[in-house]
Design a protein around this ligand. Structure first.
Ligand code: ACO
Length: 431
């Protein structure tokens, strides 16, 4: 970051001395006011619950311009990455800062492929869960448990240890998600197969059985790979900030990522795609397209408590660029699977058309977000709704680990320790 010529002066109505605060500029996007010395010079904290106006770190990984509807990974627009790269190239980019050349791509793919197996003792750990446990509960446990297996690489001050931990996490996450799924079905775990791509391998671990050959469908593989790319990182969102905060204490990467999985689980974050699909299914069961008008009226009525799920975003106040790509993928997958007439997709398209013409949504700058179509794609592929958030976690692992690594490499990093405005009782004596 660069010190700007601009300065901010804070003045106080009680006549206290004004305080001058430095301003820093990034490469693009809003400047930041440096308030690190504020408490020392004024005895005051700032108050910003939900971090609405607070930059918690400096980062060069992902950039979002919510007004323009722009998302960049290491400077590359998400549209170009989704069209020209596969997920592992995007992983390499997020971890290393640049896209791999042909040799680096091959080496990275081979490295990840050779780390997809998990220690067989993880099976024992898995079998401790109830079969009807939510996949996110299982995943939080399994990811945390990895820290008990890799004592050889938990020195967070050693860049090589950080690198191998990143590789292990990216490689093993599909294995763990598929293990959790198979366990819920009562089916045996399908071990990874090194001849398949990262995403093809995941599909096989999810849907193959020991009794039959499984052939990876290329359109489905490409669609899921794109879902992974679109969810790979999203700058300082809640789960990424959780991973950074957890990792800031110096804990091992597996524990930090397990914290991220726990945060993602919440319906306000990773759980929204599940909610969007449920909304479409409910609408379909209650009159479908014929009933859209009534449903939209309900959404606009603030007393109804009904929201158009998959619409609106805290940062994107223009189209979410990931939603356009997801809509494209949705069409491709449904066509490839002979589901062109999928009533939910038709319903979603019609809902989008009506909402985008409606004054209520236009005025509030509400557009479809990535979750509006991703549930339809996953459902068509055969992924159960309860697994949607685990798929999101699988994809976001690279973003979490890249951000964690960036934090530890930053000489300004400190343990995260927010302050508070205390409103409880002043000191008093126990009677
Ligand atoms: N349906 C109907 N009205 C909405 C919606 C919606 N989906 N989203 C926002 N609004 C309205 C609000 O009622 C509010 O109206 P008002 O100004 O008359 O009070 C206005 O638009 C602003 O909404 P806020 O909730 O203040 O916006 P915020 O930025 O805090 O919320 C959020 C963003 C949480 C995503 C919201 O749009 C929402 O709840 N959407 C539906 C859930 C969803 O799809 N979440 C996925 C997000 S993407 C992701 O996490 C990967």
């Amino acid at each position: 970051m660069q010190l700007s010529d601009k300065k901010v002066t804070l003045s106080f109505s009680d006549g206290s001395e004004p305080v001058e605060l430095p301003v820093y500029s990034g490469s693009i996007g809003p400047d930041v006011i440096d308030i690190r010395k504020l408490y020392g010079s004024t005895g005051m904290f700032t108050y910003d619950p939900g971090f609405l106006a607070t930059a918690s770190c400096e980062s060069s990984i992902t950039y979002i311009d919510g007004d323009k509807g722009e998302l960049l990974y290491r400077g590359y627009p998400i549209e170009q990455l989704a069209q020209k790269c596969n997920f592992l190239q995007v992983c390499y980019l997020l971890l290393n800062g640049d896209l791999p050349d042909a040799k680096q791509k091959e080496e990275f793919e081979s490295l990840i492929t050779r780390h997809t197996m998990v220690n067989e003792q993880m099976q024992t750990f898995l079998s401790g869960f109830r079969p009807d446990a939510h996949p996110m509960a299982v995943l939080t446990g399994l990811v945390g448990a990895l820290s008990a297996f890799y004592h050889d690489s938990t020195d967070i001050n050693n860049p090589e240890h950080r690198h191998i931990s990143a590789v292990r996490l990216i490689a093993k996450m599909p294995t763990l998600v598929a293990m959790a799924y198979k366990y819920s079905l009562g089916q045996p775990t399908i071990y990874p197969l090194n001849s398949l791509s990262y995403t093809g391998n995941f599909l096989r671990m999810m849907f193959a059985t020991p009794t039959e050959e499984y052939e990876v469908n290329n359109v489905v593989e490409r669609a899921l790979d794109r879902i992974f790319i679109l969810h790979a990182d999203h700058e300082q969102n809640a789960s990424t900030s959780t991973v950074r905060l957890c990792g800031s204490s110096g804990t091992n990467p597996f524990a930090a990522i397990a914290a991220g999985v726990g945060c993602l689980w919440g319906p306000a974050h990773g759980g929204a795609n599940e909610a969007a699909l449920q909304m479409l299914e409910n609408l379909q069961a209650n009159g479908g397209i014929e009933n859209i008008g009534k449903f939209i009226a309900q959404v606009k009525d603030k007393t109804s408590g009904v929201r158009l799920m998959g619409f609106g975003h805290r940062v994107y106040k223009n189209y979410d660029p990931r939603a356009k790509l997801m809509q494209e993928t949705c069409k491709e997958v449904l066509e490839a699977l002979g589901l062109e007439d999928d009533p939910l997709f038709k319903l979603a398209m019609e809902l989008e058309r009506i909402a985008l013409e409606d004054e209520y949504f236009v005025e509030r700058r509400l557009y479809p977000n990535v979750d509006f179509y991703s549930g339809i794609v996953q459902r068509a592929i055969g992924i159960p709704t309860t697994l949607f958030t685990a798929i999101f976690a699988l994809a976001r692992t690279v973003g979490w680990i890249a951000q964690w690594d960036e934090m530890l490499s930053d000489s300004n990093h400190k343990i995260g320790r927010p302050r508070q405005l205390y409103t409880g009782s002043p000191a008093r004596n126990v009677p």
